[in-house]
Design a protein around this ligand. Sequence first.
Ligand code: GDP
Ligand code: MG
Length: 305
Amino acid sequence: MAADPIVPEQTRSAFIAVIGAPNTGKSTFINRAVGTKVSIVSPKVQTTRTRVIGIVMADSSQLVFIDTPGIFQPSKRLDRAMVAAAWSGAEDADRLLLLIDAVRGIDDDTRRIVETLTERKLRCDVIINKTDAVRKPVLLQRAAEIDATGICDNVYMISALTGDGVNDLIETLAENAPDGPWMFPPDQVSDMPERQLAAEITREQLFRQLHQELPYATTVETESWQQRPDGSIAIDQVIFIERQSQRAIVLGKGGSRIKSLGTAARKELSELLECTVHLKLFVKVREKWGDDPERYGSWGLDFNA
Ligand code: GDP
Ligand code: MG
């Protein structure tokens, strides 16, 4: 290969799947590692619906983190597809990181993951996340609980929120990455198309601003994306709901909710894209989108999981 000045002689690369119970901070960790938002985050469970990757360069290593939907006991079709996607991400990876919430410890969801790892003879590194939220004796107790499971090679402690411990973890992962070519250009941070990431940013606001079940009944698509001569970008998006009765909730009193959704999403998009963004949101009913095979394909999920 012709010598490219920025590619070192000996490169390393690793696919690293980040698994764990919902809300353990998988997406927060990957965004922190990448240094920009590639995956959306909210205090509600199951915010991440599809496989998202975040690419981190560290010395001569390229680390490709795979953010997976949380692994939990699935009931609905969409849930089953998300859990299947999480496991297939795990099995394709060079290395597995199991995130554990320091506050919750090994809860039922995590215990089920540990059982599955044991059954499939998979080993992992355990990351105890949210160290900022507990005291030291609790951390030591967590480490002992994890050690007792016998599935884990190394235990790391981080706070994805403050960044504490994240650089050390990345350095260690980089040193241990196998020799091999980089899988992506070194300046790339994700493989998600901008239009889809933009839709995800709006979906995050739905999770943050709407209550209870409604965010789970919505999906967002970017319908048009236009670069304007003045350097700004005009984006039109549709928020799909399942029933007409949900429209009033998304719009809010006198349109106040959709306005605040749009304002927050536009602000974030402007920061990410580093330009002025004009965002228009529309609300449409698409009945039973949760049972529509086409949607699953476009999210990279398997309808028949
Ligand atoms: P995921 O479902 O595993 O992807 O979890 P998210 O990344 O969406 O995070 C779930 C919640 O935990 C969000 O409210 C985050 O702000 C919070 N969180 C993530 N990492 C940390 C951390 O290190 N410390 C604290 N205190 N909260 C965190
Ligand atoms: Mg997530």
